[in-house]
Each structure stands twice: as C-alpha cells, then as structure tokens.
Design a protein around this ligand. Structure first.
Ligand SMILES: [Zn+2]
Length: 400
C-alpha cells in the first residue's frame, strides 16, 4: 500500500530551500513520486497541512552503549549486558527525535553491532546504524577502557582488520600519542579493507590529515595551512559541540561534578575551536552533523542543542545550512547520498514530519510526529512503534 504525505512545506536538502509540498508518495522502501496527480485509492494518507517534512536526520557521532547521563568509564566497566539494554533505549530515543541514520563511533562491548542488527532484523524501531566497531587507541590511550588497544604498526593493522572482520562499516582511530608511521598504517589498513576511517585526533590532527583519514571528529582550531590540506584532501569534519555546551550550561541540572562543569565552562569561553571551525567552513571544508550522543548530558534525542550551538557560534549562518549538514552532507560523508539524504524520487524513504513550521522556528525540530525509516513507519504521533513480528528476520547473523 502506498503512503501519501499531503500538504505542508518540505525541505529540499539539495538546494537548501523550503518549498510547498503537494505530496510525497512512498511505496515499499522508496519515495516513488512527488507532487503528482493522485488517482489510486489504495493508499494511506498523512495530512501534513501546517507541518514541515524533512529528510531523516543523521547523527554521525554517537555511542549507543552510553546512556547520555552516566559517567562513561563507569558504564563501560560495570554495565555488562545492561549496555545492550541501553542501546535498545538509545535506538528508540534517536528515532523518536527524527534520526533515521546513526553512526555509532566506538561501540564498547560491540553494542553498536547488535543495535544495527536489531533494526535490520525488525526487532526494534530505530535508525539505520553504521558502526565502527571498537575504536583503536594506544595502550592506556584515550578511552582505552572501551577500545581496542594496539601499539606498533603491525598490531594496529591487526586491530583494524579485526574491526573489519567483525563487520565494521567505518574504522575509528584515537590518534592521540601515535607516531606518524602508526597513524599511516591504520589509514592504509582501513583503506585496504575497503573501510573509510575517521579519527579523534586532537593535537595529532596534522598527522591524521597527512595520513589521509576520511573524517575528523570534533574539529579544532587549525592553522590556515592545515585547513587548506583538509580541504585539498576532501576530509570531512564533524563538529560535535553538544558535550561541552550542554555540560557547561545544564550540567548542574544533571548532577554533574562542579569541577567538570567549571572545566566545560572554561572550554566554552575559549573560542578558538569555534573560530577554527568557522574559518574551516568559510574556506570550504565539508562540515557535517554529530552530537556525540551518549556522552553525559547528551541523550540520544538531543538534536536541537547541537543545531542551536552551530548557529550561535557562527559555524553555520542559517537553519537551512544546519539542516543540510544533518541530511544531505551527512549522506555524502557516509557515501550513501545516492540512496538517501534528500526527498527525491528513487531515494530511500527516510522521511520525518514535524508538527509546525520549521522554516520560521528551528525549535520545531523537536516536534517530531511521524518518522519513516526505509519506508517503515517507525514513529506515529511522536511515539515509536514496534515492527510487526511477522517481519522479524530470525537467526540473522550479527556480522555484516
Ligand atoms: Zn564520541
């Protein structure tokens, strides 16, 4: 049966404009028609009058194993199987926030693989999940208690191959403390495995860029020369402003330690990172969208704060640019722009209906009413719906 979304406005992510929507027709997992004269009776209609239709949002940096409020190290060490329950909760929270694609970057205890499989199998409602497996870091390195530790080029290559064997879509490297040779080995091995590689690099960004990573997480205050190299190599940057902004401003409501709140406020005042991201964008560096959800004070349904922060700090100039970053740009970064990221005929039906006019009020992004993921009706009246158990693909493999 076809589904027809009638009326309202829709966001054209390719052009970055809002336009009137006569109708969008979904059949199976695809958008099959736009603004056509409807003749068939065999359809279900969604009335979007006074509402806004956008392509499904993409969160390219999150962690389903983490709940968005607890300490990361404690959860990782002591949660055990509770991590999988948290992932199930995260899937639901994300899709109810209009997220139809999610990149899980460093899934401790392999939670991301199970989250991806749960949605693929039709067990739970949730976004399409892309997974990096465990991040690779040096022994005792950044987030080592949740990562695959590896030292030396050979061991790093093995660690990368393990993630690929496990079914990782991406490789994530914590570049901190590695030598140029080690970073280059990780990038080379990821590409040999046919996987793009992203990195949390901090002060090692120049080495990561030199090695030819595909994406940089968080972003920073880079020199003009480094920005030029990022641009020349067409490397993506995912800003992830939410942890610092939300922990600084809302940490007290969430019971965070005062020392952490103070540190975050200090970071927030050091405007260098924001200025660096603004310079990068103005130079033409490709920025996309990720919230670092799962971090304390960043639950998986917190989308608006990241969008507002991107505008507040001038990293983008308009709502339209932010929406493009979170839809078509994200699809380009994931190399799936031929399949999704815009409301076009032939694209996967990843579609969100918001109750209100998003063009005049960005806060409407939180008024998610209806969500389709690959044509599956995942959210209705703001609530996620369990898939029909008859569609469940039992005994599917957790690998890719
Ligand atoms: Zn993260």
């Amino acid at each position: 049966m076809a589904i027809v979304i009638k009326g309202g406005k829709r966001f054209n992510s390719t052009k970055g404009t809002f336009e009137q929507n006569k109708n969008i027709v979904i059949e199976g997992d695809k958008i099959v028609a736009l603004d056509k004269e409807l003749t068939t009776e065999n359809q279900r209609t969604v009335d979007a009058t006074g509402k806004t239709i956008i392509p499904g949002l993409m969160n390219l940096h999150g962690h389903f194993a983490w709940d968005g409020f607890s300490d990361l190290e404690k959860q990782t060490r002591y949660d055990g199987p509770m991590g999988y329950v948290k992932a199930a909760r995260g899937l639901r929270a994300a899709v109810e926030a209009g997220v139809t694609t999610f990149r899980d970057l460093a899934c401790v205890h392999d939670t991301g693989f199970f989250a991806r499989q749960a949605v693929r199998d039709g067990l739970l409602p949730g976004p399409t999940v892309y997974v990096c497996g465990r991040a690779v870091c040096r022994t005792g390195g950044h987030i080592w208690w949740g990562n695959r530790e590896a030292d030396g080029s050979d061991e790093i290559r093995r660690a990368v191959r393990e993630q690929a064997r496990g079914g990782a879509d991406w490789i994530k490297l914590m570049a901190h403390g590695y030598t140029q040779e080690e970073i280059t080995a990780a990038v080379d091995q990821a590409h040999q495995e046919g996987r793009p590689i992203t990195t949390d690099a901090g002060e090692w960004t120049a080495q990561a860029v030199k090695a030819g990573v595909d994406c940089i997480e968080h972003g920073g205050n880079y020199s003009d020369e480094l920005i030029q190299e990022i641009l020349d190599k067409k490397i993506w940057v995912v800003p992830t402003l939410s942890p610092v902004v939300l922990q600084a401003r809302k940490g007290h409501e969430w019971g965070m330690k005062q020392s952490v709140i103070e540190r975050r406020n200090k970071q927030l005042k050091e405007s260098g990172r924001h200025e660096g991201l603004v310079r990068a964008r103005k130079a033409g560096v490709k920025l996309t969208f990720g919230t670092d959800s799962g971090s304390p004070v960043v639950p998986h349904d917190a989308i608006l704060p990241e969008m507002e922060a991107l505008l507040e700090f001038g990293i983008f100039d308009s709502t339209e640019q932010v929406l493009q970053a979170a839809t078509i740009r994200a699809a380009e970064c994931l190399r799936i722009a031929d399949k999704t990221g815009s409301l076009d005929i032939g694209k996967q039906a990843d579609v969100v209906v918001l109750n209100g006019d998003l063009q005049t009020d960005l806060k409407i992004i939180e008024h998610v009413e209806t969500v389709f993921v690959r044509g599956h009706w995942m959210v209705e009246n703001g609530q996620s719906v369990l898939p029909d158990p008859r569609d469940f693909q039992t005994f599917a493999n957790v690998g890719s």
